[in-house]
Write a protein that binds this ligand. Structure first.
Ligand SMILES: Nc1ncnc2c1ncn2[C@@H]1O[C@H](COP(=O)(O)OP(=O)(O)OP(=O)(O)O)[C@@H](O)[C@H]1O
Length: 267
């Protein structure tokens, strides 16, 4: 069953035409990747789905409902959760308390006591429960990325949008993050759409991958086909044909920060 469908989405910023007729679907229960060059409009697409931006034309249908013009808080309550490229935990709050606003305002937990215990369950899932009472600003980057995922899960989403959750992680942490994402799908029954530049992770974790370039989806297929697609190699993957780990960040050494790129509301 299709959980998310984008039909003919167009979006411009002033004279800059970013999305020129994007159509794509995400099937329920899948982990779907969205890749493409810097500035292709991937985060813009997330901003449209989560209601932070409005499409100029086109339709977004989530779980059978037209959400094209819905406000972000309603879309969150409908079941779309998301992370942001730049993690931004609530300052001065503990790791556990960072999850409470999502649980209470979108996750359906109207009592703080039950929200607090759900927060601990979610922190356990992302392997942060031992840090529940630490101030979130003291977490490492890798821990903050996991907290960002837990905060998105606090809204109890059916669809989780993950924006570059592998960026800047060491190879060891990337492997751990892959396990985490697979565990989230299995344990919480959540469908996942992720934007990523770290190709090794994308091709490992995703069932299918769409490629956004020149304002449109130029390919959509299983990872093995995508890494061999001539057009995708030309516009994005470059000359390292079909090897896992190819793509703009393939030269990143362990622990080396992958640059945070792009504009958008969170860039
Ligand atoms: N709110 C905005 N106002 C004006 N321009 C914007 C806005 N949001 C995005 N853009 C522009 O739209 C284009 C697409 O940006 P977007 O962040 O969606 O790309 P991206 O594919 O996510 O890139 P990256 O992979 O580098 O993160 C860029 O040229 C960006 O500068």
């Amino acid at each position: 069953m299709t959980l998310l469908e984008l039909r003919d989405i167009e979006k411009s910023f002033g004279g800059l035409r970013v999305l020129e007729g994007v159509s794509m679907t995400v099937e329920e229960g899948s982990i779907q990747g969205l890749i493409g060059p810097n500035g292709a409009g991937k985060t813009t697409l997330f901003n449209l789905v989560s209601g932070l931006l409005r499409a100029d034309t086109g339709t977004i249908v989530f779980d059978g409902t037209d959400i094209t013009d819905r406000a972000p808080k309603h879309i969150a309550r409908d079941g779309v959760g998301r992370t942001f490229q730049l993690t931004r935990p609530y300052p001065g709050m503990t790791t556990q308390d960072n999850l409470l606003p999502g649980l209470v305002y979108a996750g359906g937990y109207d009592r703080v006591s039950t929200a607090r215990s759900r927060a601990l369950e979610l922190l356990d899932l992302v392997d942060l429960v031992d840090l529940a009472h630490e101030e979130s600003r003291d977490l490492t980057m890798s821990e903050q990325k996991r907290l960002e995922i837990a905060r998105a899960l606090a809204t109890e989403p059916k669809l989780l949008l993950l924006d570059e959750v592998f960026a800047g992680l060491s190879h060891e942490d990337v492997a751990r993050q892959i396990e985490l994402i697979e565990g989230i799908r299995a344990e919480l029954d959540v469908t996942i759409l992720l934007i990523e530049h770290v190709m090794e992770a994308t091709m490992t974790v995703c069932d299918r991958v769409g490629v956004l370039a020149n304002g449109t989806i130029i390919a959509e297929d299983v990872p093995d086909e995508i890494v061999h697609d001539e057009q995708v190699i030309d516009v994005y993957l470059g000359s390292g044909r079909g090897e896992a780990g190819t793509g703009p960040d393939s030269d990143a050494t362990p622990d080396e920060d992958v640059p945070e790129t792009g504009g958008g509301l969170d860039g």
